[in-house]
Design a protein around this ligand. Structure first.
Ligand code: PLP
Length: 382
């Protein structure tokens, strides 16, 4: 007997009662593909500044730590060994001025994972709002949608409904704009969040990549006062240590919230692999490789910035992070097309919200050779 005609579609199949992917925005990068094809056809090859992915080697001190930890047959713990949590707390103290102990930190499997699942793991859902900057890393919105909360964009916290926002994202230095929030602005956001009982989560993935401004952590006592109540800071080693391939990151702040996340994530098996835990300790205990990598980025940034300005672009913000946020005061896709014809691929600003529709984001995460090639092409096309 054939019963298939009455059978409901399998979960995950089209037509299933509820498919999570239907709740999510369309993955925008596919839209860039035709421009990538154009840029690839340039006789001098593609200069890809569209994605902020590191291209320089993983520092040797980190590779060695990873290699030395390959014989790890047992399960690692979600919280990691105390040496890892001390290395994280030590780094937060040294680089962020945070008074924090190893009980208030938690390793994560790349910070994108945390950004996407934090609202779910904190029990947010329908009726709650998750707020994030009007121009932002798209995963804040994804995190809201995954748990059925309402995503809300803001320019100023004063626009927000304090009775509904349960989680408030700030991101300094910002992706995509490179903007740095001063201690005053961060203090205002902290005060607003605490007044309304919203958890403030500060994404500080680019904190060590300030160029013309010194980024400050929300966990610094000048910003948050004596304690970290109602606050989390999200950090990643992807950019500062060329570790995007390792998935090495952590969250730190309010010890009660960290403990709650630990409980949930233990049940969910969200474990950083043991070799990556070891590599993270080595990476956070060494500042020399960060200084070296910063030098590389600084040189690429100033070469590209000068070439883009001479070509006719205006640079806004961009005082930190790995991006130049630039405009020709016309629709971003026209700029994407114009640069693709020169073999240069950039990200359209509208990937980060409609407010970015007249900007493009230029990631200076390409080799010196590719940056020099792009500079030459921009100069020649002026
Ligand atoms: C603002 C911001 N947050 C988080 C991430 C995720 O970083 P990762 O998952 O590599 O730690 C990125 C990556 O580009 C980012 O730009």
């Amino acid at each position: 007997m054939n019963t298939n005609s009455t059978r409901a579609p399998f979960p995950g199949h089209p037509g299933a009662a509820r498919r999570v992917s239907d709740l999510l925005p369309v993955f925008p990068w596919d839209k860039l593909e035709p421009y990538k094809a154009t840029a690839l056809a340039h006789p001098g090859g593609l200069c890809d500044f569209s994605v902020g992915t590191p291209v320089d080697p993983v520092p040797e001190v980190i590779q060695k730590a990873l290699a030395a930890a390959t014989d790890t047959p047992g399960y690692p713990t979600v919280w990691g060994p105390v040496e890892l949590r001390e290395a994280i707390a030590g780094w937060l103290h040294r680089r962020c001025g945070a008074e924090i102990g190893p009980q208030a930190v938690l390793p994560t499997v790349g910070s994108k994972e945390l950004v996407a699942w934090l609202p779910t793991q904190l029990g947010l859902g329908p009726g709650d709002q998750v707020a994030y900057p009007r121009l932002a890393y798209p995963t804040y919105e994804v995190g809201a949608r995954l748990c059925g909360a309402e995503p809300v964009e803001y320019d100023s916290v004063d626009e927000l409904d304090g009775s509904r926002v349960r989680l408030l994202w700030v991101n300094s230095p910002s992706n995509p704009t490179g903007r740095v929030l001063g201690a005053d602005e961060l203090r205002r956001a902290v005060a607003w969040a605490r007044e309304h009982g919203a958890l403030l989560v500060s994404d500080e993935c680019y904190l060590e990549l300030g160029w013309s401004a010194e980024p400050v952590s929300v966990l610094h006592p000048d910003v948050c006062g004596a304690g970290h109540e109602g606050l989390l800071a999200v950090h990643s080693l992807s950019k500062r240590s060329n570790l995007a391939g390792y998935r090495a990151s952590f969250v730190a702040g309010d010890p009660v919230v960290v403990r709650e996340l630990l409980e949930v994530r233990k049940h969910g098996g969200m474990i950083v692999p043991a070799p990556v835990q070891a590599a993270t300790i080595a990476a956070l205990s060494d500042d020399a490789h960060v200084a070296e990598q910063r030098e590389r980025y600084a040189a690429r940034r100033s070469a590209l910035r000068a070439a883009l300005e001479a070509y006719g672009f205006r640079v806004e913000h961009s005082e930190a992070s790995l991006y130049l946020w630039v405009t020709q005061d016309r629709p971003c896709w026209e700029t994407v097309a114009e640069l693709a014809a020169l073999g240069i691929l950039v990200a359209p600003g509208d990937f980060y919200g409609p407010a970015g529709e007249r900007f493009v984001r230029v990631a200076f995460t390409a080799t010196d050779e590719r940056v020099a090639a792009a500079v030459e092409r921009l100069d020649a096309a002026r």
